[in-house]
Design a protein around this ligand. Structure first.
Ligand code: ARG
Length: 587
């Protein structure tokens, strides 16, 4: 249940009864201060303007028509015409205690929640270039996209993950040439495999030879032509390379706890056969002109200040296709074959113009059904302490796998300091969950539109808005249950809200859906992070103010508080699970 939405719907309906036009809504928000109630409706002022009447008077009339007596015990007009809504304690405890939050964590922490209007949504994320190994530049797309995909699934949507990997293009000629030359020297293709264990070095060596040896460069160009012409031998080598490279990616996904599998890979090469059709279809519709031998679309929407237009090139001089051509084909497939309602693309902000152009051209060409929502979800850079793009000490690109290994090592040291008595295996297990969780959470908790500075100390801290803090809050609740000797699963006692801290915690618990709805709508996982951080804070204050296990606490009070504690643990587990972050029973 989304209380904010519920209030908005009901107050909006009441405003319409009073004659407000359809465009007017209640604009319900959580109140900024407790004395203003739990929620505030701010739409009356706009409605009054439309109706040419006094806002305070309209607000008063609204309160006469509006019946919220089932859930609120006080409604009041404040200031120029705000409506303050105070929700009933009995209603809050009934909704909470009766399981009407409508979700339950499943084993993997994902849970399910049913939304009435389920959509089919493509989430396009990760999409590394397979010529090289995944580096830190792929982190953001991979984890932000994954979190949003999980949230959408949690809401009951049909999510189609699309890992649009770069497996095509001229670099592959160079890589094949290098494979062939190694195989020739050492007898057979199988001798190449060990060298592909380190793709980065392999790529660098191929590139070095391409630049230094004219004969090698010729061979490389020749392989590109053969590969594109469908030469069988070339294809086998290419496939071998791609398989190994994808396997590298899967190791990273596994370590990161990212839900992508081989089945989600829909590579650039899958659209090859359709690219000539894309160009000819655009041509038939008169959307292309030839410019210096290239096929281009000049759309007025992309006019620059000087009057020139940034073209969308779909075919190069000499016939080669481009990134944009493939994305047009992918859009047509997603709309026509996958029959989507919505597509979300997670790439860095530098691709903003690319997506604007591709989306618009696809719409003009009728490649996308009307009503399909196309959304680029851009993100900024991950920066080093110096505020410059994150690099190794020597200025090289950081392999993603190395970063993750370091995260686990650092977390292991921390855990060992904290809990030296735990068995080695358990400390490793905790270090994995905490280390990876910290890296992911540090990223997810920032608004993706901005750059952020990567800092090991802050992200691994047990204080502040971090994964370790939330994981610790969860483990702490679990330890309460162990000490109480109560099985959290069987708690069903009614909830009573007498103390301020009890009520604040209950209110926060009930706002979980508001957080997930906002992530789903805007593709901003930081909204969920902020929510979880506040929830953990509410729990800590509650735990301080409202003893649970202390002697003298009445039985039904203890039961009610245990229930609240358990709902908090469940919500933390579900919420972190949606971010792709694990919890620990003890740490
Ligand atoms: N391979 C691309 C890159 O590394 C990302 C792919 C994003 N998805 C897309 N449909 N263009 O930048």
């Amino acid at each position: 249940m989304n209380i904010r939405q519920l209030l908005d719907d009901r107050i909006t309906a009441a405003l319409h009864t009073l004659g407000a036009p359809d465009t007017v809504t209640a604009i319900v928000k959580p109140s900024a201060r407790p004395e203003f109630g739990d929620y505030q409706a701010n739409g009356v002022m706009a409605a009054a303007k439309q109706l040419k009447t006094n806002p305070r008077e309209l607000a008063t009339r609204l309160l006469e028509t509006l019946d919220l007596s089932d859930l609120a015990d006080k409604l009041e007009v404040a200031g120029p015409g705000f409506i303050n809504i105070h929700l009933k304690n009995t209603w809050l405890s009934e909704v909470l205690g009766g399981g009407r939050m409508q979700y339950a964590p499943t084993e993997d922490g994902r849970g399910v929640l049913h939304t009435p209007s389920s959509q089919t949504i493509v989430v396009d994320y990760s999409g590394p270039n397979l010529a090289k190994e995944m580096h830190v530049g792929h982190l953001r797309s991979t984890i932000i996209g994954d979190a949003v995909a999980r949230v959408l699934e949690f809401q009951g949507h049909t999510v189609i993950r699309q890992n649009h990997v770069g497996d095509w293009g001229t670099q592959f000629g160079m890589l094949i040439a290098h494979m062939v030359s190694i195989a020739g020297q050492n007898g057979g293709v199988s001798s190449v495999e060990p060298q592909l264990a380190d793709l980065e070095t392999f790529y660098r060596e191929a590139k070095r030879r391409f630049d230094a040896e004219p004969a090698f460069a010729d061979a490389a160009r020749n392989y590109v032509v053969k590969l594109q012409a469908g030469d069988a031998e070339c294809h086998v080598l290419w496939q071998q390379f791609i398989d190994i490279s994808l396997h590298h990616c899967e190791e990273v996904y596994e370590r990161l706890g990212v839900s992508l599998t081989r089945a989600d890979v829909m590579p650039e090469s899958a659209y090859n056969a359709d690219l000539p059709n894309i160009v000819s279809d655009l041509q038939e519709q008169g959307l292309l002109v030839e410019d210096q031998g290239a096929q281009c679309a000049f759309l007025d929407e992309f006019k620059n200040k000087d009057g020139s237009i940034t073209p969308i090139i779909v075919q190069k001089t000499g016939g080669g296709y481009l990134y944009a051509t493939t994305d047009l084909a992918a859009l047509r497939y997603r709309s026509g074959v996958l029959n989507i309602d919505r597509a979300l693309y997670f790439t860095d902000a530098r691709q903003a113009l690319h997506f604007q152009q591709v989306f618009l051209l696809a719409r003009k060409a009728g490649f996308v059904r009307e009503g399909v929502s196309l959304e680029h979800m851009p993100f900024g850079n991950m920066l080093g302490e110096d505020g410059k793009p994150f690099k190794t000490r020597t200025g090289g690109t950081v392999k993603l796998v190395d970063l993750l290994v370091e995260a686990e090592e650092r977390a292991f040291t921390l855990v060992t300091d904290k809990n030296p008595e735990l068995a080695d295996a358990e400390r490793h297990e905790i270090a994995r969950t905490v280390g990876i969780g910290a890296v992911k959470y540090a990223d997810l908790s920032k608004n993706r539109n901005s750059d952020y500075i990567f800092n090991w100390e802050t992200m691994l801290s047990f204080e502040g808005n971090t994964a370790p803090y939330l994981q610790y809050a969860y483990a702490r609740i679990k330890s309460i249950f162990r000490r109480a000797g109560v099985d959290a699963e069987v708690i069903s006692s009614s909830i009573s809200l007498h103390e301020v801290a009890e009520r604040a915690l209950a209110m926060k618990l009930l706002q979980f859906t508001e957080a997930t709805d906002s992530v789903a709508k805007e593709g901003l996982p930081n909204h969920l992070c902020t929510y979880l951080y506040e929830l953990a804070g509410n729990f800590m204050s509650f735990y301080e103010a409202c003893p649970i296990l202390k002697e003298g606490v009445a039985e039904e009070v203890r039961a009610s508080r245990l229930h609240l504690a358990n709902l908090t643990a469940q919500t933390l587990q579900t919420g972190l699970g949606l971010l792709g972050i694990g919890v620990l029973e003890r740490m």
